[in-house]
Design a protein around this ligand. Structure first.
Ligand code: GLN
Length: 550
């Protein structure tokens, strides 16, 4: 049921960054949804880039892609996985977008000769974006997370807009401030001062926090909550603890135990309804089971020290492990090491090999070694986007004997461009938002491993790439044991390739990792892990020995 008067929830953070505001916001979304309310979540990012599409994964982590082809902050991935809704381009707003729109209006003469200023022009644009999501999603609750930390210069226009909005929507908006309450081991004390200062900073801006969520290592005693309550003008009930959790998927239930949803609903004069969290409870129960089989997956990529670069891939593997009642252990392999070291040593522990998406030529040859190792040793392989290009290049070089076969992304002069530019990408010079982006249908051939996974002939998956399989090589691939199990409608573009004589070697042009949910693992990840598990139980040991002898 959609309420005629939507309610607005704002989430800001103080003291330090990386507090997990996004997880708190998403967890609240889960709890509200579990009561049958409809929820949209959005992230406002104070940086000037139009979107994170052009940012280095080192600085920003993964770029998450929505169905409608927007390159967004990785928090949108958490939101989608938690509230199980497909979000869109309206749900990630950056300062860059706000300024861009205001400056374009100025050039159009829309401000009729007025001086264009942060207040009111930028703040009006921000306020417009707060409610804009309601056009696409006429929901009961709009949760807006403001990126950055209170006190940053960049976030000031956003906070000013939120202040105005809360004033204009009194009774229909609530402000949650997430802070850190550090525990000093030597003196055995919790420190509330950073929280006090952060709330004071908010007050200076004119914002009154209604709920304070305290990230903490240990349980917060009543007296600590009372102290924060006294200094921060918030009732002790509305000071809630968010303890470090073993898994991010524990947080919705932890927040439920602290009654976050009840407090928020009460403040917004909305009724409590019966909750249904069965799917979450059973998922969380599985991930905490002891003595589950441990499946080791080697992720062979470019960014291995920073797992945030492949956040959705890692989460999808976790979901898939739970769906197989197993646990996952990641082996991070810096692709470049396979250019100098023997894969037999580097990959010997891996039950499955995954080559994720990526850009740039560092480590490419190492990824090709990994694909060859998986193909020849019959180890389950999952290739995602670039990982599919890699599988095609390896097959062309080592099975079709097309020496120097390559993707024109990495070698423009290759005699065998098995992966080439999308025809409509040739003239594109700009880098931002110019790829084949977002959801496209994929037709699935019956009788293939792909079909076994999906159990249907059509799926929708998200894309983010410029290059793809060169149709000129279709016949050669097919007559040598490669199956094109997924194509675009009309059989125009290759979406999925898989090996005929291999237990499970599947590589796709799209990014299935963006659509996996904790209690609804993505079919490709689920089957990948399923086959790793089957092989682990011994069936494959003979093949490995044969390869060693060869
Ligand atoms: N770099 C490749 C391309 O642009 C692959 C992109 C990806 O893996 N997301 O086509």
């Amino acid at each position: 049921m959609t309420h005629h008067q939507p309610r607005f929830i704002f989430v800001t953070g103080g003291v330090v960054s990386s507090l997990g505001k996004g997880i708190v916001a998403a967890s609240l979304g889960v709890l509200l949804k579990s009561q049958g309310y409809t929820v949209a979540i959005q992230k406002f990012d104070p940086y000037l880039n139009l979107d994170p599409g052009t940012m280095s994964p080192y600085q920003h982590g993964e770029v998450f892609v929505t169905d409608d082809g927007c390159e967004t902050d990785l928090d949108l991935g958490h939101y989608e996985r938690f509230i199980d809704e497909s979000l869109s381009r309206v749900n990630n707003v950056t300062s860059g977008m706000i300024f861009w729109d205001v400056l374009n209006k100025e050039r159009n003469g829309d401000y009729l000769g007025n001086t264009v200023q942060i207040i009111p022009h930028i703040t009006n644009e921000i306020k417009h974006r707060i409610t804009q999501t309601l056009i696409t999603y006429p929901v009961d609750f709009v949760i807006t997370e403001i990126g950055g930390t209170v006190g940053d210069i960049e976030s000031l226009p956003f906070l000013e807009a939120v202040r105005q909005f809360e004033f204009e929507n009194r009774g229909r908006s609530v402000h949650i401030h997430v802070t850190l309450v550090p525990y000093m081991e030597p003196s055995g004390e919790f420190k509330t001062k950073p929280t006090q200062h952060s709330v004071k900073d908010l007050r200076e801006i004119g914002i009154h926090a209604d709920v304070i969520v305290c990230r903490s290592q240990y349980e917060l005693k009543r007296e600590i909550k009372e102290k924060i309550s006294l200094f921060c003008d918030v009732s002790a009930e509305a000071v809630i603890a968010c303890l470090d959790a073993e898994s991010i998927y524990d947080v919705p239930m932890n927040m439920e135990n602290e009654a976050l949803d009840e407090i928020v609903l009460e403040k917004l004069s909305m009724p409590q309804r019966p909750k249904n969290l069965d799917l979450w409870h059973s998922y969380v129960k599985t991930i905490h089971q002891k003595n589950l089989p441990v499946i080791k997956i080697a992720i062979v990529g470019k960014y291995t020290s920073l797992s945030d670069a492949y956040l959705s891939v890692v989460e999808s593997l976790k979901h898939a492990a739970a769906a197989n009642t197993a646990q996952i252990q990641l082996i991070w392999v810096e692709a470049e090491t396979l250019q100098t070291e023997d894969p037999k040593f580097v990959l010997s522990d891996a039950d499955g090999i995954l080559v994720p998406g990526g850009f740039g030529d560092r480590g490419i040859e190492g990824m090709i070694v990994a694909a060859q190792y998986a193909r020849e040793r019959k180890i389950p392989y999952l290739g995602l986007c670039l990982g599919m290009h890699i599988a095609a290049i390896e097959f062309a070089r080592n099975v079709l004997h097309l020496g120097n076969a390559h993707s024109t992304e990495f070698n423009d002069a290759t005699p065998y461009p098995v992966i080439d530019f999308l025809p409509d990408q040739r003239a594109v010079r700009k880098k931002g938002g110019t790829m084949r982006l977002g959801a496209y249908p994929c037709m699935i051939k019956s009788g293939t491993k792909l079909y076994d996974a999906y159990q249907t002939n059509e799926a929708s998956e998200r894309h983010r790439h410029r290059y793809e399989f060169n149709n000129h090589y279709r016949d050669a691939f097919e007559s040598n044991g490669m199956i094109f199990s997924g194509t675009s409608p009309g059989d125009t573009l290759i979406e999925v390739i898989e090996l005929k004589n291999h237990p499970w070697f599947v590589a796709c042009q799209f990014h299935p990792e963006f659509k996996s949910r904790p209690y609804r693992a993505h079919p490709l990840f689920k089957d990948f892990i399923g086959h790793c598990l089957t092989q682990m139980t011994g069936a494959v040991s003979d093949t490995r020995t044969a390869f060693d002898k060869a």
